[in-house]
Ligand binder design. Structure first.
Ligand code: GAP
Length: 513
């Protein structure tokens, strides 16, 4: 646990030191769970967004994008169920006066059981060596099986109690498990209450005519209310999808773990409209497609898993998360939800406008069913950033900090370094920068010894360093150094563009899907 915390602290401080993420309004001591993206962070975020947009919109003939407003008519949120049901169960500790999400306290308890299982696996791996069969061990070791069954029973009971709004049982569960306040160790809890997560605001100048609005808690509703506009103007035929990326806002009770859970964040969502009765098939297809997208980035198959929901949101008939192994354990990265016809039916009812599709093949009119893929851009940023930050011990015993971002997402693709600040080398380096910057984001760096510059670029996540030296004057070649292997090659200046392109082109990464 302490090792995980240390690793996470390194992630947060590295993000600040290398210009990725700053606390919002830091000079005023910041604002809880609100963050700003800095000069490198904004590029990484944009690259992740583009990577998603390419894969989800531009590579599909039957998926188009929109960019709906953050403000929406307030009835939207009544229809979507957010006014009545977008709640988190909160509980206060009477001694520490700290507020928690009751379900998160219970989930953290279960995560500790999972950590115990992992520990047993590690011990057994050491004991049995090559002969160790993990699957069999997980299925038969009595201690492991007991932990697993206990965890499952707890989550099942919690899911049921939350679904039935039985908040007294959620409190009873916390008491039975003897869960203590992580801050004070006290078990003196208040009752569990529901808390609506939407931020309210007002539209209009005078107090008596102002209209109560909400900041959207998800981008999906902007898609639902535009469903028919897009279908008609784009002459879309079912099955088809509408995608968008944009800000969402939630007044999270427990906002912690850096950019994992924020109050203002960005989502990348796609609603896929299908024939009723085919939703299960599409749900499975999108689960598989989305996992492949993640795997295409090469961050290790073992770091992802599916988690099927016990407790379904008010709109879903099936739901699963793609979880990623963050520095603090496996947590939700993306959700895939089979949302039925809940949203469109409800908007039809509340607006009095028909939101139906005429299916020419069936010669029938119906409200489509929807399968949604929804990923937090900031959470994806954290997954990529935390996975990429590594400390390596080199052959000569020294260590280096390297941010091994997938090259396709790296903010700066190459840094061009003149070996010395004289003899015409800076001029050649500048010329290379000016030439490459049409195609890639490139940097120029002439300060300090070249070894230190390499280290600086390693830590900033730049996949290539291009060094101009005295041989360049003679034969027009430069040294290209690869961040991950530190391998160096001599190449002609005119080869640089195609060489870098090969490594960073979205196409070459997405083709792995
Ligand atoms: N439209 C469906 C929807 O919003 P969700 O599971 O509540 O579903 C989808 O959110 C994704 O948005 C999550 O998987 C997560 O990546 C991201 N997300 C949700 N709340 C967040 C928060 N407070 N901060 C950062 N990302 C968040």
């Amino acid at each position: 646990m302490a090792k995980q915390e240390d690793q996470f602290k390194k992630v947060v401080s590295h993000a600040k030191e290398y210009g990725y993420v700053f606390q919002s309004s830091e000079i005023y001591d910041g604002l809880s769970a609100v963050y700003d993206y800095a000069q490198n962070g904004v590029e990484l975020k944009k690259n992740i967004r583009n990577y998603w947009w390419k894969a989800m919109v531009q590579m599909h003939e039957n998926i188009v994008g929109i960019d709906a407003a953050i403000f929406m008519h307030p009835t939207t949120w009544k229809a979507s169920g957010h006014v009545d049901a977008f709640n988190d169960p909160l509980i206060d500790n009477k001694d520490s006066k700290k507020r928690y999400r009751a379900d998160v306290l219970i989930e953290d308890y279960v995560a500790k059981l999972e950590a115990k299982i992992e520990k047993e696996v590690k011990k057994a791996t050491k004991r049995f060596g090559e002969a160790f069969d993990k699957e069999q061990f997980l299925a038969t070791n009595p201690r492991v099986v007991a932990y697993k069954e206990k965890g499952e029973a707890i989550l099942k009971r919690m899911g049921k109690s939350l679904e039935n709004e039985d908040l007294a049982d959620v409190k009873a569960l916390i008491e039975e498990l003897e869960i203590a306040c992580p801050l004070s160790g006290s078990k003196n809890w208040t009752d569990v209450k529901q808390f609506n997560l939407m931020f309210g605001t007002k539209l209009g100048a005078s107090a008596d005519t102002a209209m109560d609005l909400y900041l959207r808690p998800e981008t999906a509703q902007g898609i639902f209310v535009n469903f028919l506009n897009v279908q008609k103007t784009g002459r879309m035929k079912i099955p088809f999808g509408i995608a968008q990326t944009g800000k969402a806002f939630r007044n999270e009770i427990v906002a912690r773990q850096f950019i994992f859970r924020m109050r203002e964040f960005e989502q990348m969502e796609m609603q896929f409209f299908v024939r009723p009765g085919t939703q299960k098939e599409w749900y499975e297809k999108w689960k598989e497609t989305r996992l492949k997208w993640h795997l295409s980035l090469g961050m290790g198959e073992e770091n992802y898993r599916f988690h099927d929901h016990e407790k379904l949101a008010h709109y879903a008939d099936a739901a699963a998360d793609i979880e990623f192994k963050f520095p603090f354990g496996f947590k939700e990265l993306e959700g895939i939800h089979s949302r039925t016809d809940f949203d469109l039916s409800s908007h039809e009812k509340h607006s009095g406008k028909k939101l139906q599709y005429f299916d020419p093949e069936l010669n029938e009119r119906y409200i489509p069913y929807v399968v949604e893929t929804s990923i937090g851009l900031d959470r994806m940023f954290l997954a990529v950033f935390s996975h990429s930050l590594q400390e390596e011990t080199l052959e000569n015993g020294t260590t280096r900090t390297v941010l091994k971002l997938p090259a396709v997402l790296a903010p700066t693709k190459a840094a061009v370094l003149p070996l010395v600040k004289k003899d015409g080398l800076p001029e050649i380096a500048r010329k290379i920068v000016n030439d490459l910057k049409w195609d890639f984001n490139v940097a120029y760096d002439e300060k300090d010894a070249v070894g230190r510059r390499y280290r600086r670029q390693d830590a900033a996540g730049t996949p290539f360093c291009i060094t101009v030296d005295h041989d360049t004057l003679k034969d027009n070649t430069v040294t290209i150094r690869y961040r991950d292997t530190m391998e160096q090659k001599r190449v002609k200046i005119e080869e640089l563009r195609s060489l870098i392109n090969e490594e960073v082109a979205i196409k070459n990464w997405l083709m792995r899907m």
